[in-house]
Write a protein that binds this ligand. Sequence first.
Ligand SMILES: Cc1cc2nc3c(=O)[nH]c(=O)nc-3n(C[C@H](O)[C@H](O)[C@H](O)COP(=O)(O)OP(=O)(O)OC[C@H]3O[C@@H](n4cnc5c(N)ncnc54)[C@H](O)[C@@H]3O)c2cc1C
Length: 414
Amino acid sequence: MRVDVTVLGAGIVGVCTALHLQERGADVALVDRAAPGEGASFGNAGLIERSSVIPAAFPRTAAMLARYAFNRVPSVRFDPLYLLKSTPALVSYWHNSSRLKLKSAIDAMLPLIEASIDEHDALIGPAGAEDLVRADGWIGIWRTAAKFAAVSGNLQGLKRFNLSYTVLDADELARVEPKIHTGQEGAVGGIHWHDAKTVTDPGELVKRYAELFVRRGGRLLVGDAAGLCASAGLWTVKTEELEVQARNAVIALGPQSAGLARRFGHSLPLLMKRGYHRHYRMDDAMPFHAVADQERGFVMSPMTRGLRLTTGVEFAGADAPPNPRQLKYAEAAAARLLPLGEPVEETPWIGVRPCPPDMRPIIGPASGTKGLWFNFGHAHHGLTIGPATGRLLAEMLTGKPTFADPTPYRPERF
Ligand SMILES: Cc1cc2nc3c(=O)[nH]c(=O)nc-3n(C[C@H](O)[C@H](O)[C@H](O)COP(=O)(O)OP(=O)(O)OC[C@H]3O[C@@H](n4cnc5c(N)ncnc54)[C@H](O)[C@@H]3O)c2cc1C
């Protein structure tokens, strides 16, 4: 089968890339070894995070490093061997997390974050996914009065981002989110971020977007992208159904992307930040909003399967065996905020956030390899910015004016 573009990977990024290419007149095949939305796009915290304008930087204070050093918190865990193996990328991440460099990462990400809600909205209606998306924001909570006072007293630093939020003291928090314990053992206050939307089943959202792609005439095929090869100006990949050939191929395989790019001579650094989730049956104890514990570093999101508890970051190889400890710490910390019900799944889910060390995705043509394109490395923000980066890549590939300057994301920066 001959198409204009083959998109490899049907996570939020690949599906949105395929939809945007299609919208710009391209005949597109979308290839994944599994069903759409089964990777990290399935298991995230479900925040379309319009308010998280500051990328997750590497901790730079001695106090923070000391806190993570013992591997006993839900926010950060690490496999020492993985850290050793990833030293160059980690050093670069640390370097890019300085105050000055972080500012340029914020500026680089801003056009994508600012477009995130509009770009999702443009798909949610046509995909018939309104039932999966809520527009009442999320709440960050703090456990210690001094930390809460420091953060809420510094919010004027966010002024240039025009975010809508409400600072909630313990009483106000108890009114807005009565299921969360407040006071000494619980939360001392919170910030309600109103711009964000939340998704009650992120994997299903991706499937609905993929169904839209198919309804509009796109081809969704099952196949292993590892077999991608190039000859006579055509990119070929074998799928279960047939062999697909295209002048252009887009690698959007999330954490698996760097491996395939390397086969074609492109060495692109991606740190693996793994994360876990599990659902709990909550009945009447379900919180109304997604709630992020800003001090312990986990999120509790009301979802269709129950309350989804997602951990922070685990630095470990993508295929290393899961380690249940981080989720255990998150469960213990969450139980101080609300009575966690019975777990829905026996085994927690594990997924990977693919993170370039400069905290911005890799989007654009593979320099010197005709017809090969990249769209990956969405780190903590893939659900949020997938539709926006899909549009950007599609505009670049079809030679249309781009809605944002693609320079900060270009692959050849590495
Ligand atoms: C615990 C956790 C919480 C998160 N919370 C949020 C959040 O609240 N908001 C937010 O915006 N982001 C969040 N993220 C990040 C977000 O989930 C990711 O950035 C995003 O899902 C990445 O999407 P993707 O399409 O690039 O990758 P994926 O969703 O991983 O998709 C990659 C696809 O490639 C396919 N694939 C891989 N290898 C092959 C192969 N060889 N052949 C064929 N197909 C292949 C996979 O099957 C998969 O479908 C979170 C992540 C985690 C882990």
